[in-house]
Design a protein around this ligand. Structure first.
Ligand SMILES: Nc1ncnc2c1ncn2[C@@H]1O[C@H](COP(=O)(O)OP(=O)(O)OP(=O)(O)O)[C@@H](O)[C@H]1O
Ligand SMILES: [Mg+2]
Length: 363
């Protein structure tokens, strides 16, 4: 049974967007790097969205500067790996998944970086029962996602690279510079098939936790994914993702929520920037990240409340608790920042009376 047949909560990108990828492949007469499913041009088209000559609509996955995605894709066609860097919630993981899906048709070769990640997770491990019974053999070896991608000539993904201890990170150096993985136990090595490359993501805020070693840094081209430039851009991202998530979660339809989305995004941007949109009032900046991703989840939660317990229409009541929860992470410092914002900005803004009352009612 394929993934398509089951009630999968969140299909991988290559499954969910299989039709788009197939249509792109069919129209794509540009040159493809060895073992790429699509040309670099078509990969960018898949990420940024567009309409094909036969009318097939490619949904935009990344909303932002096309040039950033072009640089990312061009990097993957070279012998350098790609590092997507940015503050939390700037779509690093999202872009990484879609790039791997478009280039290799497989976004699942993934290593999640944590403080506990070991070298085996990046290289290979052993099936201990077989290892004890047979000694080190190829059959006893358990390949890592990097190993598999090297064999397949595909993209491997490393999430949160800088959360791994630096000496573990360095296990990537040979894979990226020599394009090989030695297996001393078997006196052999895996040589990467053309098409192999790595997309890593790292969080700006983790910088300093485990900095990238100089040796590894040289193997990566870094693309920084920024927070959306304008409120309208951010609103468009939130609206689009909320819509997709609502469909995926089978939430009952809730009529147009544009006003509440604008409000959530406005609150987040103002607090993040430490000043009101008109620049007139300076504000205390709360400790939370208040990213686009958090705005998406606040609105999605609000939709669920509205659909199941509310009027069926997204109202200030449905988003207020989510907004306050996202802003007030640390009750002391953030609580002060929030109350100041509420009383000096929200209370006096035209048309925001319902939101002010809803927030006040939360205590
Ligand atoms: N510019 C953007 N274009 C499209 N979607 C975006 C954009 N910015 C954020 N998102 C959405 O935000 C959500 C979270 O993104 P993602 O998890 O990839 O963030 P991240 O940068 O990996 O964060 P973290 O550092 O916390 O891991 C995704 O659903 C993604 O669609
Ligand atoms: Mg991420």
């Amino acid at each position: 049974m394929g993934e398509n047949d089951r009630d999968v909560l969140r299909p991988h990108a290559e499954v969910q967007y299989a039709d788009e990828l197939a249509a792109l492949a069919e129209h794509d007469d540009r040159e493809r790097p060895p073992n790429w499913r699509l040309s670099p041009w078509a990969v960018v088209e898949y990420l940024m969205g567009g309409t094909l000559p036969d009318g097939t609509v490619i949904a935009p996955k990344y909303v932002g500067k096309r040039r950033l995605i072009e640089v990312a894709v061009a990097t993957l066609a070279t012998d350098r790996a790609l590092l997507l860097l940015g503050v939390p919630g700037t779509a690093k993981t999202w872009v990484s998944e879609h790039l791997a899906a478009a280039i290799s048709g497989d976004s699942t070769q993934l290593v999640q970086g944590t403080a506990g990640t070991t070298e085996e997770t990046l290289r290979y491990g052993w099936n201990y029962a077989r290892l004890l019974a047979e000694g080190p053999t190829e059959a006893a070896l358990v390949p890592s996602p990097i190993y598999r991608s090297m064999q397949a000539g595909a993209i491997a993904r490393v999430e949160e690279l800088t959360r791994m201890p630096s000496d573990v990170q360095d296990a990537l150096v040979t894979a990226l510079s020599e394009k090989s993985m030695p297996i001393p136990e078997l006196d052999t090595e895996v040589l990467a098939t053309r098409g192999f490359n790595v997309i890593a993501t790292a969080n700006d805020r983790d910088r300093g936790v485990n900095d990238l070693s100089a040796a590894l840094r040289r193997r990566f081209n870094t693309v920084v994914l920024p927070l959306p430039d304008t409120a309208d851009e951010e609103i468009a991202i939130v609206a689009q993702r909320v819509n997709e998530l609502g469909t995926a979660l089978a939430l009952p339809p809730v009529p147009s929520s544009a006003d509440e989305i604008r409000r959530v995004v406005t609150v987040f941007r103002e607090l993040r920037d430490g000043q009101t949109a008109d620049g007139g009032t300076s504000l205390k900046v709360p400790s939370g990240t208040l990213s686009t991703a958090e705005a998406i989840s606040v609105v999605t939660n609000g939709l669920s409340l509205a659909a199941h317990f509310g009027s069926g229409q997204l109202s200030a009541d449905d988003v207020a608790a989510g907004v306050v929860g996202a802003v007030v992470r640390d009750p002391t410092h953030d609580g002060v920042a929030w109350r100041e914002y509420l009383e000096s900005v929200v209370a006096h803004r035209d048309g925001w009376g319902d939101f002010y009352d809803a927030c006040r009612a939360l205590g």
